[in-house]
Ligand binder design. Sequence first.
Ligand SMILES: *Cc1c(COP(=O)(O)O)cnc(C)c1O
Length: 494
Amino acid sequence: MEVLYKSTRSDSAPISASKAILKGLSDDGGLFVPTSVPALDRPLMDFASMTYQETAYQVMKLLLTDYTEEELRGCIERAYDSKFDIPEITRLHKTSDAWYLELYHGATIAFKDMALSILPHLMITAAKKNHEDKQIVILTATSGDTGKAALAGFAGVEGTKIIVFYPKDGVSSIQERQMVTQKGDNTCVIGIKGNFDDAQNGVKKIFTDRAMKEELAQAGYQFSSANSINIGRLVPQIVYYVYSYGRLLKDGVISAGDPVNFVVPTGNFGNILAAFYAMKMGLPVGKLICASNSNKVLFDFFRTGSYDRNRDFILTSSPSMDILISSNLERLIYFLTGNDAAENAALMKDLTEKGVYSVTDQMREKMDVFFGGYADEEATAAQIRRIYEKDGYVLDPHTAVASAVYDQYLAETGDRTPAVIDFTASPFKFERAVMKALGQPSDMSDLDLADRLSEVSGDAVPEAVNSLRTAEVLHKTVCEKDGMADEVRKFLGL
Ligand SMILES: *Cc1c(COP(=O)(O)O)cnc(C)c1O
């Protein structure tokens, strides 16, 4: 059955998966959603014996129906290879309370690699299929991890250029170094004087600027996005929920059909939305536990039904979750309205104009699979320490937020359904916060600190960090938040 994609904000004609991946965002500012969500067509037990790559094919073929088997398997093969430092691509680590799904074994040591190592291949294939002769310009806002993962994915890819905007003072030191040392003539990295929401808004504005689009087309370019608003990011993320379910089946922790709870450290609502889609496709899910840091807009939303971004933006030790406008929530809202584009568009207009919207009671009833929680800075640091002392396992701050929220969930509900906690970044990426939390000295250079963390955790310093020791800074531009369009023009020579 062919799956097509339509905008969450209007009822314009649906387009194919490959076209939706090329476009990134709909012209009306809406996000692409599948017109229907297909069901898994293999018995759950089959997933117990599948590799990551095979699971990826079985899941993605259902949603990216205009890719041929050969195309899709080719993309998967090129993405999930020795760039990952374990042959299984991801694995479950059992502690006393839960299973941690280690999603940070890719080239840039954050879970963003799970989707961004395949997105360039999906996009290039899409360009070929659609006889697109314009060069693709990837325009991306990052809270730290997307940027490097996208740069690594697109660097040197023929027919593409990539421009990344990050909040100059809003990312970890290792995250910034990873980005500004990126090689490749087709890459451009710019710090902005603002926070992630400013970067994301700026990018969305450039995307929907018709004059700019014209200018670009004349110069032989077209924009696309590597942010999780791109359906080509979301679809690959569904895979690891199915894969982890398969691992639990294989280990005899569950039987086919038993529910699993998933705990997701959340920012832009992309990762947890992928879990929601996995559930819609038939994966047995108990609860989706949405964990926020001190920027707890989502926690408040799940509690009150009101989404209110009018509040201070807080810089935390989990910067990839420092977000007040969770873009992907729009896809859930659209679903909650019963796929009513006009109603969703009205709510999104409220968000833009007033910074707040509320959903109806009827919509709230449909959200009850979600449990929202949050952990502030103190609770996050305490959790890093607690899990280290109890299980000898070092979490990064994002994962610690999820872990702390899971403890709250257990205390509140007593629900002992097996739980998988997404482990979203290597602790080496946020080593200063981690070492402080562990009560270790942290007053030294980034790279000395990496060596110390290696001694404490017993894990080798990842290559992604080691390589920074000698890497040259290649990107030095910093701009005002309203100067983003000009920087894009400059880089593209418009
Ligand atoms: C991006 C990111 C998150 C948040 O994921 P969303 O899909 O934006 O909700 C959490 N942890 C880490 C380490 C990340 O890089």
